[in-house]
Design a protein. Structure first.
Length: 94
């Protein structure tokens, strides 16, 4: 699934639901604010028709510094992942 901006999501909402630009952008911003709150609280949010949003731990890993050629350790961290519902994934392929 390709990354989308709030404006791109709002454009789809405008097209499919006959919303004006302001209402569509406000809806998209509110949706993702609520998802972010849920992720902070529970680490997992499921949205029917859209997919599952999840906090995933990324382990420490070694890399090589581009500027010096030395080995460096990249610290582990938490990141957000989106697992799109099958219907969304299929529409992305078209």
């Amino acid at each position: 699934m390709e990354k989308r901006t709030i404006q791109e999501i709002a454009a789809v909402l405008m097209e499919k639901n006959a919303l004006d630009k302001r209402a569509a952008e406000q809806f998209a911003q509110t949706l993702f604010a609520v998802i972010s709150e849920g992720l902070e609280r529970d680490g997992l949010v499921k949205v029917r028709g859209l997919g599952t949003f999840k906090i995933v731990e990324v382990s420490d890993r070694e890399s090589v510094s581009v500027s010096t050629g030395e080995r460096v350790l990249i610290q582990g961290h938490l990141t957000q992942k989106v697992f799109a519902e099958h219907s969304i994934s299929r529409s992305e392929e078209r």
